[in-house]
Design a protein around this ligand. Structure first.
Ligand code: UD1
Ligand code: MG
Length: 395
């Protein structure tokens, strides 16, 4: 239990250091050309970009300092040293560290989308190797209603590793594409981290005690440094977090999900990101044109955000395009403006969807509404995980 108290003290220190360091390093980032323009403001001020590297580094350093404390007992009695658990923690930190480096490279070099998919796959390899050595359990428990057809469990072998690799790719990119308004990337990550921590605390009483302690060891310093980042990134943002932050966060959630064996629960906490991804599919796969930025359009006169749009030329539309636009319009999922030559539809993100349904609003209000939705989804996730899980699994 002492280790948790020390972890809390270290995390509070990490919060203070991150909070102090960010304003001090801002100018250094701008001087190095690492800045962006806030597209939802009328001033063209340079805002330092990729500040996620600061919080990410402090998070990793805190975790490194904590290693001898987490394994204190094992260090005293060397024969009993838990090599498996040690390898797990090192692999987890290595994967997160890889993602920090690759994310920063993306911020500096502005990589193409195909590389954004490749980077998390590469970074998740240390994790998968440790999983293979320590557990190599590739069995899925089948939900009760499906058992009469599929049996009680199914071993999917190599496919399980593909699933875990894809989970890392999904988690990293899903946060990055639900972004573009002040505080949203960091805000959603704070809520997901808090949800995982609450889940860990509930499960500490169970037989998976060790796995949830491991998750807490990673999530607590992550949450502390992310909260400090949120303070500076909240509306009106003084810093942008960059892809570095989105990648580090996604990988952190994937790591705890995989190594603590609750990847399905992590996916439940990602409900808004899953919805945003599914809604984005037509644009991500270029069935519908996808501009470089899909964030909302700023109306400077009213100081409000409106949905941003993409133009589809009617002559260039294939049968698939036409059918898709028609179905989405009938389902009231997109807002279309049509003339004789073209159709403009809203960019398909959850952010723009909120603006279509609730009307234009200020940036701060929009972020707050989306974060409330994230909290509601966490409640739904807990409802599915606890009261409803008994209908699907033997709990
Ligand atoms: C992803 C999204 C893109 C969205 C962008 C915003 C997809 C396929 N890509 O691209 O649609 O526009 O994130 O982050 O969905 N910015 C702001 N205010 C903010 C945050 C960012 O104006 O609160 C702008 C700044 O100009 C900043 C830039 O977005 O420099 C960062 O964009 P970047 O992270 O490079 O975009 P992507 O991750 O490639
Ligand atoms: Mg980004």
């Amino acid at each position: 239990m002492w280790s948790i108290v020390i972890l809390l003290i270290l995390s509070i220190l990490a919060y203070v250091v991150t909070d102090e360091l960010i304003p001090k390093l801002k100018d250094l980032f701008i001087k190095a050309g690492l800045y962006g323009i806030d597209l939802c403001k009328s001033n063209n001020k340079k805002i330092p970009e990729a500040i996620g590297v600061v919080s990410g580094c402090i998070f990793l350093v805190t975790s490194f300092i904590f290693i001898p404390i987490a394994f204190g007992n094992g260090l005293m009695e060397r024969e009993l040293f838990p090599h498996n658990e040690f390898a797990e923690l090192l692999a987890a930190l290595l994967s997160i560290c890889c993602m920090l480096l690759l994310g920063f490279a993306d911020d500096v070099l502005d990589l193409k989308w195909r590389y954004k998919l490749l980077l998390p796959t590469v970074a998740s390899l240390p994790l998968l190797v440790v999983y293979y050595v320590n557990f190599n359990s590739t069995t899925f428990v089948i939900p009760i209603p499906l058992r009469q057809w599929l049996g009680s469990s199914i071993n999917i072998g190599l496919l399980y590793y593909v699933y875990m690799g894809m989970l890392a790719v999904f988690c990293t990119n899903a946060i990055n594409i639900l972004a573009g308004i002040n505080g949203l990337e960091v805000g959603q990550s704070v809520i997901i981290a808090l949800s995982i921590i609450i889940f860990d605390i509930i499960e500490l009483r169970g037989d998976q005690f060790k796995a949830h302690m491991f998750s807490l060891y990673i999530m607590t310093p992550y949450l502390a440094t992310t909260l400090a980042l949120l303070k500076h990134n909240w509306y009106p943002s003084k810093v942008f977090v960059g892809d570095t932050f989105c990648y580090v966060s996604g990988m952190t959630f994937a790591v705890v999900g995989i190594l603590s064996h609750f990847s399905k629960t992590v996916l439940l906490f990602f409900l808004p990101q899953v919805i945003n991804f599914l809604y984005s599919v037509p644009q991500l796969f270029r069935i519908i044109p996808c501009p470089r930025h899909r964030l909302p359009k700023y109306n400077a006169e009213m100081d409000l955000l409106e949905p941003s749009r993409t133009l589809i030329v009617k002559k260039e539309m294939t049968i698939i395009n036409k059918a898709l636009v028609q179905v989405l319009t009938i389902l009231h999922l997109i807002d279309t403006i049509e003339d004789s030559e073209s159709i403009t539809i809203n960019n398909m993100t959850l952010i723009n969807f909120t603006l279509i349904k609730l009307g234009p609003m200020s940036e701060g209000t929009l972020t707050a509404k989306l974060l409330i939705f994230q909290c509601v989804c966490t409640l739904i996730a807990f409802l599915i995980r606890y009261p409803m899980a008994s209908y699907f699994y033997d709990t």
